[in-house]
Design a binder for this molecule. Structure first.
Ligand SMILES: [Zn+2]
Ligand SMILES: [Zn+2]
Length: 261
């Protein structure tokens, strides 16, 4: 049975420092879910839990209390609205959620690819695609060494534009199949979710092929996938469903490939 696009587990609201749309409220997000026939969605604002020490400095809007300020989330009889977060990982590979707060979240997405934040997630600005590829692999490996409740963890946007100046395909093509198989084998064993997020409907055929390769390998390894739009504004919600369907078709995903929360 074809994978059903019935959820979106990566969405930001006005609480995130990078959300500049005052209309991106939990209520508007719930409406978006109803309109698209989703039965589960998750709010994942940026978190750096102040209980976790970091050499880097994080935005005060990433504090735990800021994320919980939107609770309780509005609910609908057909849509379950989960409370999650997008917890960053600093350049020492420290993940910004404390052990005692893991239980506060229904789902936690962790981006290894916020590689544009020099001084926070990477020590200094990345200069070449080769350097970016090395860091991409290293951060992914380091995340998998953590002791986390993997059944409710997702690895966010592995092929997003933050990897190296929007030149992500150049970076991804430098990473071998062997390395990817090793990483995604680890993911499959842990049961961690792999996020499907990239905008395949607006990619050219060549870039689409390059950027789908990691996910094809992940599927081959038996990984579970979830859909995450990573929307920060209401205008970004419009073609999310169409894009999700395009990714599902491109990867020929089945219901058995789905991460179930
Ligand atoms: Zn992100
Ligand atoms: Zn995000």
């Amino acid at each position: 049975m074809r994978y059903i696009a019935d959820h979106d587990f990566h969405i930001h609201s006005t609480v995130s420092p990078c959300c500049h749309d005052e209309n991106q409220t939990p209520e508007a997000i719930l409406e978006y879910a109803k309109k698209n026939g989703f039965n589960k969605i998750c709010l994942t604002n940026h978190l750096w839990d102040e209980k976790v020490k970091s050499e880097a400095e994080w935005h005060e809007k990433q504090r735990f209390s800021c994320l919980t300020s939107v609770l309780p989330l509005p609910q609908d009889e057909n849509v379950k609205f989960l409370f999650g977060c997008e917890a960053d990982m600093d350049y020492n590979y420290v993940v910004g959620v404390s052990e005692e707060r893991l239980s506060e979240f229904d789902f936690i997405v962790i981006p290894t690819t916020h590689m544009h934040l020099a001084g926070n997630t990477v020590r200094k600005k990345i200069e070449t695609p080769e350097e970016a590829a090395e860091i991409w692999v290293k951060r992914f490996e380091e995340l998998l060494k953590k002791d986390l409740p993997w059944h409710k963890i997702g690895i966010a946007h592995l092929t997003c534009g933050h990897i190296f100046k929007g030149r992500t395909p150049e970076v991804i093509r430098l990473i071998s199949d062997d390395v990817l198989y090793k990483l995604f084998d680890g993911c499959a064993k842990k049961g961690v979710g792999i996020e499907l997020n990239m905008k395949t409907i607006s990619l050219g055929e060549e870039d689409k092929g390059i950027l789908l390769r990691p996910y094809k390998i992940a599927k081959d390894c038996g990984c579970k996938f979830y859909l995450g739009s990573d929307s920060h504004k209401t205008t970004a919600l419009i073609d999310v469903k169409e894009n999700f369907e395009d990714i599902i078709t491109s990867l020929d995903l089945k219901e058995a490939d789905k991460l179930v929360l």
